[in-house]
Each structure stands twice: as C-alpha cells, then as structure tokens.
Design a protein around this ligand. Structure first.
Ligand SMILES: Nc1ncnc2c1ncn2[C@@H]1O[C@H](COP(=O)(O)OP(=O)(O)OP(=O)(O)O)[C@@H](O)[C@H]1O
Length: 322
C-alpha cells in the first residue's frame, strides 16, 4: 500500500501544489488521480518515486518512508509511464525496453523484452524499428512495456493514454486492464479525463484546485454519490446514464421473441446488437435507444435468442430498484 500522510508540497516560488494530502493507494489495485489542470496530480505522483520531495508530511510504500530509500534503488521497484511515452528516439523499440533490465542485471533480457512487447500488443517485427517509425498508440505500448520490464510492484502513469485518438485510447485502456488483471500491480494513474478515470480506476481520488482532495471513492460512488457541487460538476451531467454501467441487467423481465427472425440455431437475424444476461443496464439502454423498435434481444453464450426487452422494461426495473 502507498500512503500519503499530511503531505504538502510548496515550490520555492511559494506555489502550494499539494496541501495536507491524506490518501491510501491499495496494493494490487489501480488508483486514479483526476481533477482539473494545475490541481497537483502530477506533483503528488512524482512524490512517490522521489522525483519531487514533499515539504511536509510523509509518503510511504508498505509502511516505509520513501525518503529512507536511495532514489535509484527505489525507482527500480517503480515503473514510470508518461504521455507521449518518452522513448529514447535514437534507440530501437527493443533497446528502449531493455534500458531498464540492463540496470538490474543481465540474463534472458532480450527474450523477456520481446515477450513483453507481445503482451502489450506489439508484434516482434516492430522490435527493430525506431520510435519515430511507430504510431502514437504503438509508442505508448512500448512505454508500458518498458515500465513493466523490471517487473516492478508499483507503476506510476502520468496521462499514459491521452496523446492518442479516442478509438486507440479505448483499445489501450482495455488491453491495459486485461494485463493488470494478470499482473496485479499497485498503480497510480494521473488523468484529467473523468471517463478514463471511471474506466480504469478501482478507486478514484478527485483533486481540486490548490492540491486538496475533493473525494475518494469507487467510480460507482463518485457517479451516484458525489460529495459536493465541485465533484458533481466535474463528473458531468450525464452521470446518471454513465452510472448505469454499474447496474446489472439481472431482474429484467424478458418478453416473447415476437417479430424477431431467428436462424436454424435460434440466433437472431438482422438485429444490430444483442446483450447477455451479465451485461450492464447501460448496454441494454443503449441498444433499446438505438433500435428502431425500441427493443433489445438477449442471447445466451451460444448467441441464441432468449428473450426481448423494451426500454420501458429498463425504466420499470430502475423504478423497482429505487
Ligand atoms: N517547479 C514548479 N515550480 C512552481 N510551481 C510549480 C512547479 N511545478 C508545478 N507547479 C505548480 O503546481 C501546481 C500543480 O501542478 P501539477 O503539475 O501537479 O498539476 P496537475 O494537476 O498535474 O496539472 P495538469 O493536469 O495540467 O498536468 C500548478 O499550479 C503548477 O503551476
């Protein structure tokens, strides 16, 4: 666990970037720091690996004050990923990834680097290219692979996916979450994008101007119970709709499949989208709202239609759950 206790950072010019910050980042989970520009997110992140030193309070990893550890040794246990990946332009992809393990010792590094590139979704064929020969999304992947190379228990990520277009960002986020499900690192991510925070965070810390914490909670808590007007505004007006992502579709009463054409296996034909029993109400509402008939078809694991719901049914279910 990473702990901030009464942490303050005042820069020599008098700017107080972080003030009296108390925060816990649970082991093996993703904590997202989110908030408007200039509210102290990056400063807080950099105090974890001693790129910046607090002017008050304590940052500790597993109970050990980071200031009691030599910065170079400390950083070997902490991967660091930044926006635009920050790759060495004159080194190949492979050499970029190898930078870190070379610090910790030799061995089967090349093999491991190639394996890591594959795990972040980069074909080995790209290993000998230079960063300028890659797309923005590919560069970010190399950045993540490099941060993972020394297998650090902690990862710090500063706007890791914000330099790429929304479609690529969505893919990178999804792949990153799949990787984290296997690796279980303790991760802090800085973003100014609340949607990214909701997708990635197990916990979200909302910062406000002046380096104060406005709220800490799960994405669901933030969307359904914002602590005050600042968080409510920051989370956005469509938080009700987005909150449906956290509501399961169980309990929906299925209607008969009237008017739905089925193939020989019982799979719906000519239907744009379907949902499964475990999907969220957001998926179901979205399907019903985009279908010309206002309905969505539920299917089983084999894709066979099991029933139909109308958007009224979703509203009725929400009413019942109140
Ligand atoms: N070296 C410095 N000297 C003086 N002030 C600084 C320094 N570095 C950052 N600041 C100020 O500290 C405050 C917090 O900056 P920080 O970069 O942590 O914010 P942030 O929330 O990460 O913002 P952004 O989302 O724009 O990156 C800002 O007012 C910034 O101008």
């Amino acid at each position: 666990m990473i702990t901030f206790e009464a942490v303050r950072k005042q820069f020599p010019d008098g700017t107080v970037a972080v003030d009296d910050l108390d925060l816990e980042l649970p082991t093996g989970r993703i904590t997202v720091f989110v908030g408007p520009s200039g509210c102290g997110k990056t400063t807080s992140l950099r105090m974890i690996n001693r790129m910046l030193e607090p002017t008050g309070g304590t940052v500790a990893i597993d109970g050990r004050d980071v200031r009691s550890q030599d910065p170079a040794t400390l950083r070997r246990g902490i991967g660091y990923v930044i926006q635009h990946a920050g790759l060495f332009p004159h080194k190949t992809v492979l050499d970029n990834v190898l930078t870190v393990p070379r610090l910790v010792g030799r061995g089967r590094e090349r093999h491991r680097a190639l394996e890591l590139l594959e795990r972040v979704g980069l074909p080995a064929a790209l290993a000998d290219r230079y960063p300028a020969q890659l797309s923005g999304g590919q560069q970010q992947r190399v950045g993540v692979a490099r941060a993972l190379a020394a297998d650090p228990p902690v990862m710090l990520m500063d706007e890791p996916f914000s330099a790429v277009d929304p479609v690529v960002r969505g893919q990178l986020q999804e792949e990153f979450l799949r990787l984290q499900a296997e690796l279980g690192k303790t991760i802090a991510i800085v973003t100014h994008d609340i949607d990214e925070a909701v997708v990635l965070g197990d916990r979200i810390a909302v910062f406000r101007q002046g380096g104060h914490l406005a709220q800490v909670g799960t994405p669901e808590e933030l969307l359904t119970k914002p602590a005050d007007a600042f968080v409510r505004d920051f989370v956005g007006r469509d938080r009700g709709y987005r909150g449906l992502s956290f509501q399961g579709s169980e309990g929906l009463v299925l209607r008969p499949l009237d008017g739905v054409a089925l193939d020989e296996q019982g799979r719906p034909v000519g239907v744009d989208g379907t949902f499964r029993a475990g999907d969220s109400l957001r998926v179901v509402v979205d399907l019903t709202l985009t279908s010309p008939t206002g309905t969505a078809v539920q299917v089983d694991d084999q894709g066979r239609a099991t029933g139909l719901v109308h958007h009224h049914d979703v509203v009725d279910l929400l009413e019942k759950r109140r």
